[in-house]
Design a binder for this molecule. Sequence first.
Ligand code: NAD
Length: 546
Amino acid sequence: MSMSKGNFNIPYPINEPVLSYAPGTPERDEVRITYRMLFEQDPIDVPMYIGGLEVRTSDKRPMSPPHDHRHVLGHFNYGDHTHVQAAIDSALAVRQSWSSLPWNERAAVFLKAADLIAGPYRAKINAATMLAQSKNIFQAEIDAACELIDFLRFNAYYLQEIQNVQPDSQDGIWNRMEYRGLEGFVFAVTPFNFTAIAANLCAAPALMGNVVVWKPADSQVYSAQVIMEVFKAAGLPDGVINMVTCDGPVAGEVVFKHPDLAGLHFTGSTGVFRHLWSEIGANISRYKNYPRIVGETGGKDFVLAHHSADVHELVTGLIRGAFEFQGQKCSAASRAYIPQSLWEETKALLIDQVAKLKMGSPEDFENFVTAVIDQRSFFKIEGYLKFLAESSEVEILTGGGADKETGYFIEPTIAVTTNPQSKTMVEEIFGPVLTIYVYKDDEFERVIDLVDTTSEYALTGAIFAKNRHVIESVTRKLENAAGNFYINDKPTGAAVGQQPFGGARGSGTNDKAGSVLNLWRWTSARTIKETFVPPTNFRYPFMDKD
Ligand code: NAD
């Protein structure tokens, strides 16, 4: 129960409007100037943030834009187990004071952070995301600005809703529920691909009264430091969120053996999540509490077209779904099932439109496709391209090329396979590669099963159809194939408050980021019963003599 002196009201938020960045708009000039300034300034030195300290080490790791990997934006400081330990200590030192702060005060910190990003930090966090993750301006805006602002504002509203969930009270008693932060610290481990996710995996537990040790992905540190700058500017007390940059397993070695581990908030690949879960399992008897485990992981997201679909709608969904941010969204369309009767027209349109996608630096706003995140990812995707080029079951329709001379560029690639179980229909590639299986129109029912059973994941998926019976039956039959299911739309671009996001099966615990469901995981409720006039004799009436 908060100690607030009033039932304060956070109004229901509206989604942050996405700015257009069209020629002539002020935001276009501002973000371009900021990008250039960050690109040209002297290399920066990003510390770890541990308690109130900015910690630097002698192990400096370079940060470079993926589209211009010889240019050094700065360095970050690689830590070791001592820094992880210090981060845990700093978090636990402020746990009491932070978790006892009234909920409205905690909400105010993050509402202020949202307004800082919407206003004075918007150009900076977008430009940093363009540089760190090679997003074009639109992809940066919908992530680092809008989605992050929405996470912060909607979560503050949901926190308020949670306070209002209170039990019944009968005559003579008063029952209450207190929404406590977890007793310990939360370990947030975040992926490279969304600045908003990185911030939210820390902010959501912190909002609920928890203290956090955060390990960002190495390739996201350049934009992660802007998140820390915003949190500080918003008045987040030192030690509530501690950012350590170090090797994942090194952090895990300290964190997973610590008796005060209260939760893991993870987004990243399925293999890593399974490993972290098993580490927690192996150490379960060490902990004072059972750690909450929340993980959103990989996807092999499908587009299923029925012969009643509109081909132009389908093709737009495929191109945006597969190639925006180079297919590096967990929700990216990476396998598609197209009926024979629509294939010639679909194929011609796909080839025609992909030829119009420009690729290059995000500083040139005409570019739709930019670079993939790093060399490791480049080689991994290139391996899939080689597989496609060599496979006798495959025809490559567009792309297939890769060039890392200046940046890690992979051409938007569409392949058609005759084998619906081939490697690129099954495995998450995390790059701009779409594989299509063309089916005979009368095999539609079999294809629904194929969609359901082909991969271990169940994150997002889409049906394109006009026939209402088909839409209904596919929606029902694919009930467990995706946590986010789209009808006549691309499977990407979920908005906070509108399409709560997450999947099941191999794709995660489906705790729906950007909804109240996620916040429930970060509180440990205490029930309080108060009796006003307590009984003074142990005897019950049934015990009286007949
Ligand atoms: P990743 O799994 O390689 O890394 C995620 C984080 O885990 C990084 O911070 C990394 O350093 C850390 N890590 C790796 N090994 C570790 C270990 N042994 N101990 C502790 N930490 C460790 O993922 P990535 O490449 O950064 O992100 C891409 C993946 O994230 C894709 O699989 C994608 O589908 C998934 N993703 C899922 C969602 C979702 O909502 N379902 C959203 C975004 C990304």
